[in-house]
Design a protein around this ligand. Structure first.
Ligand code: PEP
Ligand code: MG
Length: 893
């Protein structure tokens, strides 16, 4: 028999797939003997079944009956009992945390009768009982029955106006009892029947609503953004209620065992006295720093610290927790390995190594290339000492500026129009998600590091400042310390310091980039972040099997990439050397009528190319440099057909001489292609235009010999693009070998000749091609283009949004390798290439070489190196190290 329900004592932290993160960790804490209210978890499988079948899951009811009875026995009360009711919370909890995206219903079990029982239980506290009841109707109405939340808020507002008070806490028991009546009317009006009084029915409906909330729009959007699979489903936790709103000796809070923004050790968190449930997370009321709890309730504070130490020691990581204090008794409501900023991820991993909690291998897996990329963003340059408008909590680091918008819709619309915007809200809620995604940064007036805005922004790596001082947010302007900032005005927000500035503050490079560049201010060398990056990168390099090269075609780019740790050049695109003032020479080459004209043009290009190569070889002295022979269609170097045609027509009209333009027009017409990316380019050019490849090969060999003569060690590799058949490569190779032998003589210089694998036919005949190639480099840009039949220059902007929406792929295959299709071609070519020529060197130089996910794939396939743009070299190094550590880990298992 399938089992759909687990008591907390039956689960553990490794059952996240089944029990969700919250359920698994509640179970783990229960088993650690920590004070967790009793409860049970309904599995993600039950949710999947419910969503698939659209209703009732056979057998679930009976299991819930049994576990509810056990819960009632443990607590010594019955659900909704009129005299002494057991109340429960019904909380969502998926495998991956999706903060605020799904639903929770608290106080289930309250009705017109048990509200009196609750009051008696609370020592005659009527106010508390009626407040709990009105919260249930509100949450239940919104979540379970889709009653618009504003209607409840309006009723609450009316109650406060009627009483002449501003704050909820000024409403007394009688006011709240009336509010319950008002809420029930709102409920009945929208739902068509009265608020359900039967506790068990409330529970069942709440459970189903949580199941359904898996498919709420905002949850779907969040999953797409975070690449969480759509079919996991959520678990549901049914937990005995404990109350943080029973008076000043009660309260609720959230805490982190280390600072999730910087990683510094010490406890961090927020506490709200006399408050319930989501009040802290929602950022609705301004919270106290957790340290203040020591003064309010020392016993609970000390116990909390003890528990936090236990949890860190157990999970070996930063934990975040939610807790409630009910009349001086501490209860743990949740824990999980906490989300953190990129800087904190590095710093914490480094600290945990120092503290002996984890080893260096583990530390490498605790950070990611995407996080490293975030640390390489620039920061504000405050040397002009701009005066901040205000300051809030630096909730998610980064430097962002843009024009102010006040709604999620405006953020989406203006970002779509290409503007950079800062979304300013009093506080955010899950409905603001589209605007948060579209904005450069988020600024809120309320809430702390654990508010919705902060948690979601950190997850997205987006700059966010929360709870800004004195910030009053209006409809189309905000005021702060007497200043007015209107919609459309530009502000800058610093997610690290929490400062907010008017206007655009200039930005400066990150210290992590300075560290990689080797020009770090010595004062920063001991910064925890720099020390952490140094330690983790050093270890990643030690572990990595994949080498990391760079795509560069100038001396300065090569030098920078080398400082960033590149172990050579994997792709030097020679066509970039034919632009600017050299374009004219290329035109001469293309327009040449006679052999002499062509030879002259080539002879003029050769010394220029040689100088380019020598520059690069010098910078990469001792390291391999793969130079690719010219690849793109030649008309890319010529003026546009339309412009030329107009020029010639106008000249004719005027009776002017236009001989050059006329010849050019004829040439451009001659070379015009309907599908140039599938036309005369790559190796085909070399076979069609006599002397072109020969000139390049000679320039490469000459530059290598020149470096050797200077005492250097050139390691040139000549790469032929767009090969689809071994015969193409053999032809080029035959000619190249002769030239190389002639130029190199007895200088000792060695030149390898290899090919790109970027045409599907090349991948499928790799065994034959390997006979003529000393190395393969996968051109996954073209390979993706040709495997999918997607024009790489057009499709991403044209229709990929629809493909992403339909889930045909989760990410553009031009960004991250399509393992099943393009990846399969890579695998086949690698295997067949290596079996034909053992020791064949294999690399990748398409954009995927710097994409974290793809690097793991290339590691698995057994390539020798990846090559990527200079800025992505550190990211690829880290991912290469992680891939090696992870695959060693899975071999052990
Ligand atoms: C490729 O196709 O992957 C490649 C690296 O070459 P290019 O992008 O220059 O076509
Ligand atoms: Mg290509």
């Amino acid at each position: 028999m399938e089992k759909f329900v687990y008591d907390f004592a039956e689960g553990n932290k490794d059952l996240k797939d089944l029990l969700g993160g919250k359920g698994a960790n509640l179970a783990e804490m229960t088993n650690l003997g920590l004070p967790v209210p009793a409860g049970f978890t309904i599995t993600t499988e039950a949710c999947q079944r419910f969503l698939a079948e659209g209703a009732h899951v056979d057998g679930l009811d009976t299991e819930i009956d049994r576990h509810l009875a056990a819960l009632e026995a443990t607590m010594g009360k019955k659900l909704g009992d009129p005299g002494d009711p057991l109340l429960v919370s019904v909380r969502s909890g998926a495998k991956f945390s999706m903060p605020g995206m799904m639903e929770t219903v608290l106080n289930v079990g309250l009705n017109d009768e048990s509200v009196t029982g609750l009051s008696r239980q609370a020592g005659g506290n009527d106010r508390f009982a009626w407040d709990s009841y009105r919260r249930l109707i509100q949450m239940f109405g919104k979540t379970v029955c889709d009653v618009p939340g504003e209607e409840f808020e309006e009723a609450l507002h009316d109650a406060k106006v009627a009483k002449g008070v501003k704050d909820d806490v000024q409403l007394d028991a009688g006011d709240l009892q009336e509010l319950v009546t008002a809420y029930k009317k709102v409920f009945a009006k929208h739902v068509g029947h009265e608020f359900p009084q039967e506790p068990r029915q409330q529970l069942d409906l709440a459970i189903e609503a949580v199941f359904r909330s898996w498919n709420a729009d905002r949850a779907v959007l969040y999953r797409r953004q975070e690449r969480i699979p759509a079919d996991l489903g959520t678990a549901v936790n049914v937990v005995a209620m404990v109350f943080g709103n029973l008076g000043p000796d009660s309260g609720t809070g959230v805490a982190f065992t280390r600072d999730p923004a910087t990683g510094e050790s010490g406890i961090y968190g927020d506490y709200l006295q006399n408050a319930q449930g989501e009040d802290v997370v929602a950022g609705i009321r301004n919270t106290l720093p957790l340290a203040d709890l020591e003064k309010i309730d020392k016993k609970s504070y000390d116990e909390l610290l003890q528990i936090m130490a236990t949890l860190e020691g157990h999970y070996h990581d930063l934990c975040d927790i939610e807790f409630t204090i009910e009349r001086g008794k501490l209860w743990m409501l949740q824990t999980r390995v906490g989300k953190r900023t990129a800087a904190a991820a590095f710093t914490i991993a480094h600290q945990l190594v120092d503290e002996g909690m984890i080893d260096l291998d583990e530390a490498v897996t605790r950070v990611s290339g995407a996080q490293l990329a975030q640390l390489m963003f620039p920061r504000f340059d405050l040397s002009g000492d701009p005066a901040p408008l205000t300051r809030g909590v630096g909730a998610s680091p980064g430097a962002a500026y843009g024009s102010v918008v006040f709604t999620s819709e405006a953020a989406v619309a203006q970002a779509a129009a290409g503007e950079s915007v800062i979304l300013v809200r009093r506080e955010t809620n899950p409905d603001d998600l589209p605007g948060m995604i579209a904005a450069q940064g988020i600024l809120t007036a309320r809430g702390g590091k654990t508010s919705h805005a902060a948690v979601v922004a950190r997850g997205m790596g987006k700059t966010c400042v929360c709870g800004a001082d004195e910030l009053e947010v209006g409809r189309d302007q905000f005021t702060v310390h007497g200043q007015v900032v209107r919609e459309g005005d530009v502000i800058s927000i610093d997610g690290t310091t929490g400062r907010v500035y008017r206007g655009e503050v200039p930005v400066r490079p990150s210290e992590v980039v300075q560290y990689f560049e080797g020009d770090l201010d010595p004062a920063l060398a001991n910064e925890p972040l720099v020390a952490a990056v140094h330690q983790i990168m050093t270890h990643a390099d030690e572990r990595a099997r994949l080498k990391v090269r760079t795509n560069a075609d100038t001396g300065p780019d090569s030098a920078r990439a080398r400082r960033f740790g590149a172990q050579g050049i994997g792709l030097c695109r020679t066509e970039h050397m034919f632009l600017g003032d050299r374009r004219e020479l290329v035109e001469r080459l293309i327009l040449a009528h006679t052999k002499t004209e062509r030879d002259d043009a080539l002879a003029a290009l050769r010394p220029l190319q040689r100088a380019d190569f020598l520059d690069i070889f010098r910078e990469m002295n001792g390291l391999p440099v793969t130079v690719r022979l010219i690849d793109p269609p030649l008309h890319e170097f010529l003026p546009s057909l339309e412009e030329l045609a107009v020029q010639v027509a106008v000249a004719r009209e005027r009776g002017e001489e236009a001989e050059r333009d006329t010849r050019m027009l004829a040439a451009v017409r001659r070379m015009h292609e309907s599908n140039p990316m599938l036309g005369l380019r790559g190796v085909r050019l070399g076979l069609v235009i006599p002397g072109l490849f020969a000139m390049q090969v000679r320039a490469i060999a000459e530059a290598a010999v020149a470096l050797a003569a200077e005492g250097g060690t050139p390691r040139p590799e000549i790469m032929v693009p767009l090969v689809g058949a071994v015969q193409e490569l053999e032809t080029v190779r035959g000619e190249a070998e002769k030239i190389i032998a002639e130029v190199v003589g007895d200088s000792g210089v060695q030149v390898l000749i290899g090919t790109m694998i970027e045409v599907p036919r090349a991948a499928l005949t790799a065994g034959q091609i390997a006979e003529a190639a000393e190395f393969f480099s996968f051109g996954t840009n073209d390979l993706t283009q040709m495997a999918w039949g997607f024009s790489r220059d057009d499709v991403e902007g044209a229709f990929f949004w629809r493909y992403l929406e339909l889930g045909i792929f989760g990410i553009s295959p031009f960004e991250s390798i399509d393992r099943d299709g393009v990846g399969r071609l890579v695998r086949i070519a690698a295997e067949e290439g290596r079996s034909a020529r053992p020791g064949l060197k294999l690399g990748v130089c398409g954009e995927h070489g710097g994409d974290p996910e793809s690097v793991h794939f290339f590691h698995e396939v057994g390539l020798d190196y990846v090559s990527c743009s200079p800025f992505r070299v550190p990211i690829a190094r880290l991912e290469a190290g992680r891939a090696a550590v992870e695959s060693a880990g899975s071999d052990h298992r």
